[in-house]
Every structure is written in C-alpha cells, then in structure tokens.
Design a protein around this ligand. Structure first.
Ligand code: GLN
Length: 475
C-alpha cells in the first residue's frame, strides 16, 4: 500500500522515479471503488480519466518541481468551492452548484502540484458533530461500521483513515477537524484564526471558521501548513504574520516546557475511557521532560452556550444568501438541524433580545479570551480531550440535538479565542474505538504544537494503526 507512506516518503519515491503519480492516483481510485460504496466519505468524485491525465502530466514534469505534495492525490471537504467539481456543502440546496473559481486553499495546493480527486462528505453547512446531518448518504466509521465518523469533516477523516488519499483539507468552526480526526484515528490541525485564507470556504460562522489539514501524522501536517498558510488579498481577515518552516520544529526537545491541564476539561460528562487515555498520554509528555501544571478557566462552563449563540447568530446571517434567487435551490431543502439553527440565531440577534443574548455572549467571549491568555502565560500549551464521548451508534446523536451540541464542549471555546489546536490519536477504547487528545497553543504557535505532537508520535504508534476494514487490502 503506497498511500500508507508519509508525504515526505512519497515525495522522495516520486522524485527518484521509484513510483509514479499515476500509481498513486490509481491506488486512490481503487481504494475508493472498493470501500466508498459502504463508507460514503465522498459526495463527488472526479472523473478518473481526468485525474489520471493530470497524473501523467505530473510524472512528465516531476524533475522541475520541488514541492513536497507534487503528484500526490488529495481530497477536500465539500465546504470549499472548486471550479471543475460541484460544491454542495453537504446540502441539497447546492446540489447543482458549480463555482466560477477555486477556494484559495485548493488553488495553493493544486499550484504546488497535488491532484484534487474529490469532495468529502460533511454535515451540511458544517452544522454538526457526527456527519449525520448530511443531505447525502451518512458516512460510516471505518473502525466500526455502525458508528458515526464524527463531524462535520467526517468524510475527510474517513478518506485519510482508510488511505484513500494521503491527506485532506477540513474546516473547523467549533471542532469539525479535531472531532472526526479523533474518532477515526488520524491527526488534524485547527489553525489560528487568520493563518489560512478562508476565501472560497462556504461560511458557517465567519468569526470562528478555520481551514486546516487532516493527515496520517503530525509530520505530514507540518509540511501541509507551509503550503496552505499565508496572507491572501481576497480575505481581509487572513494574517500577514510570516509563514514559518513548520517542519523545522519537529524533533526539537520539549524538555522543561509546561503543559497546562485545565481542570474543567476533566470534570463531569467526560467518558471514563477517554479520561484514562488522555491521562496516559500526559505521562508520555512527562517522560519527554515536560512539566505538568493544573490551570483553571472559570468561565469555561458557559463555553457551549457562548459558542452556540455566536455561531448560530452568524450562520443565520450567512445562510440568508441561499434564497433561490442569488444562490441555491428552494429553502425548504434546509435540514431540520439547520432550520433550528437559523431560527435560534435570528432570535438571538432580534431587537429586544440582542442585548440579552448576542451581546452578552460577545462579552463572555472576551472574558474567555482573557482566561485562556492568562493560562497560556504560565504554560506553553494546554492539553485535554477532544470530545466527551466515544463515537456513538448512527442514529443516536441525530435524535438527541443536545448531545450533539455537547460534543463541542472541549473544542468550541478554542475557536472562540482563535487559538490553534492539534488533535492526535492516543489509543483505543475496550471496543476498539479510536480516542484522541488535543494540544492547544498560543496564537500562531502552530510550530510548537507540531513539536509536541511529533515527539509524542515518535513514542507511540496509535497513528499508524489501520482500521479493520482495510487491514488485509493488497494493491
Ligand atoms: N459541532 C459544531 C457545530 O455544529 C462544530 C462544527 C464545525 O466545526 N463546523 O457547530
């Protein structure tokens, strides 16, 4: 299996001509053909003959190209607009939508020579934590076909976990990269707000949306961020802060660094198996020389409420453009979950309630930012679980909207404060379900997160495990 190699290894093999881009693209499609009818990780797949033609072109020009992703196939969450493939955002409202341009992130990766092969399944508009809120077929977790993939970037997590592609691009507004990464045993990065351009990302909640990579390892993520990050004229919220050589952080020691454990991250509601796994991961960091310190975020208890008041207010405004005149098919096609969100958001913004709800949430957001900043003054990073529960059975979450909201307990506040967070595999439950943890850093501290994550992955091999469904695949 070629796609099990790291991005760096694949790139070296391609440059030495030991493998070809055509080999990789063929492997991608053969895996998709074998598994995706059951897994539903893609909404739209590029015509194979077109992708193979692109790969042949790459093989001819490989000598003149040094980019590490040159000739590699990849997939993107269907939240990013693409010129030649339809973009649905997981909703039938955009079932036939073709964008006249590519999202900046797609453009950058394609310019670096990677080959887009398809658009991944997602909760529509990013609304969800289980991927059950898609208007297409619900994706299945490759570790247990009866369970959810996590969401909303569930399709991308499945595609990477089953090695259909070496990497994918997800989107994280309140946990949507970290949650499915953790539930499908892959590595995912939520970037600092503004680190990667949002141009061409279908907006869910504009002050929280971030564009990030999902891959098999932290090493791969570090190389991908170097390509994706940077200022973009088309997105005034993208940062001019210099893009670093993130892979240079790999292998730097973390001796003496301080990891903060917010005590609110380990309280009631956390699944005991997840708690145990995260505490075990902490021991590895201690062994690597890090110091552990307990911290407190007193307003964390309001986190989910603040997150949802702000996210839903913003989404009620953003989704106003799908009125069947400017964009999209008829509004009756909005899912129940999205209708609920539009109604709540409109209510929170309406005259007479805005002060009590939306403005209050904004004030509390500022308090949370200050609390995180204080914690990150005494600590280099914070560490905690990604989700409070293991992947549930398909059907459970969608019938329990509150459980769905609580999935964002540990992830949503990180988006409110705009900091980066890295989710990495940390083990499995008794029922062999993946469990991850997240490391939260200082703004623009992605390099430091890679440092922690990479060293952890040198000590463990959780990220190398393959889901049962593909264990015996021969290519
Ligand atoms: N589960 C969260 C929500 O539904 C986060 C979704 C996301 O990050 N796009 O809002």
């Amino acid at each position: 299996m070629l796609i099990d190699h790291s991005i760096k290894e694949l790139s070296n093999l391609l440059k030495k001509k030991e493998i070809s881009s055509v080999d990789l693209v063929k492997e991608s499609y053969s895996r998709i053909e074998e598994f995706d009818l059951k897994l539903h990780s893609f909404i739209t797949i590029k015509d194979k003959t077109i992708a193979l033609k692109e790969a042949e072109e790459k093989d001819k020009n490989i000598k003149n190209n040094s980019s590490i992703v040159y000739g590699l196939p990849f997939a993107v969450k269907d939240a990013y607009v693409t010129k030649d493939l339809r973009t649905t955002a997981g909703s039938k409202i955009l079932n036939d939508y073709y964008s006249p341009y590519n999202a900046t992130v797609v453009e950058k990766i394609a310019k670096a020579g990677a080959i887009l092969i398809g658009k991944n399944n997602m909760d529509n508009w990013g609304h969800g934590a289980s991927n059950e809120n898609t208007n297409y077929q619900i994706p299945h977790n490759p570790w247990d076909m009866e369970r959810i993939t996590g969401g909303s970037s569930g399709g991308s997590a499945v595609a990477v976990s089953t090695r259909m592609v070496p990497f994918a691009i997800g989107e994280d507004t309140g946990g949507s990269i970290r949650n499915p990464s953790s539930m499908c045993d892959i590595s995912g990065l939520k970037v600092t707000y503004g680190r990667v351009s949002r141009y061409g990302a279908i907006a869910y909640a504009s002050s929280l949306d971030t564009v990030g990579p999902m891959a098999k390892s932290v090493e791969d993520l570090s190389y991908l961020l170097e390509i994706m990050a940077g200022y973009d004229d088309h997105d005034s919220t993208s940062s001019t802060q210099k893009v670093e050589n993130y892979h240079k952080y790999l292998e730097k020691s973390i001796k003496g660094k301080v990891i903060g454990l917010p005590k609110e991250f380990f309280g009631a509601g956390l699944d005991p198996e997840i708690k145990k796994t995260v505490l075990t991961a902490i021991k590895i960091f201690e062994k690597l020389g890090a110091k552990i310190q307990e911290v407190s975020l007193p307003h964390f208890v309001y986190g989910v409420s603040i997150y949802y008041l702000i996210a839903l207010s913003e989404t009620s405004s953003n989704l106003g453009r799908y009125d069947s005149f400017r964009y999209g098919d008829k509004r009756e096609l909005f899912s129940n979950e999205s209708i609920r969100r539009i109604l709540l958001g409109t209510y929170a913004l309406s005259a007479g309630y805005a002060d009590k709800l939306y403005k209050k949430a904004q004030k509390l957001r500022t308090i949370l930012i200050q609390e995180y900043e204080t914690a990150l003054k005494t600590c280099d990073v914070l560490l905690g679980p990604v989700t409070p529960s293991l992947p549930s059975k398909i059907g459970e979450m969608i019938s329990d909207p509150v459980k769905n909201l609580l999935e964002d307990l540990y992830t949503g506040t990180v988006n409110l404060i705009g900091a980066p967070a890295l989710a990495i595999p940390a083990g499995f439950s008794e029922e062999n379900l993946p469990i991850g943890f997240q490391v939260v850093g200082k703004k623009f501290g992605e390099g430091e997160l890679f440092q922690f994550g990479y060293l952890y992955q040198q000590e463990t091999d959780w990220h190398k495990k393959l889901p049962p469904i593909i264990q015996n695949v021969k290519d």
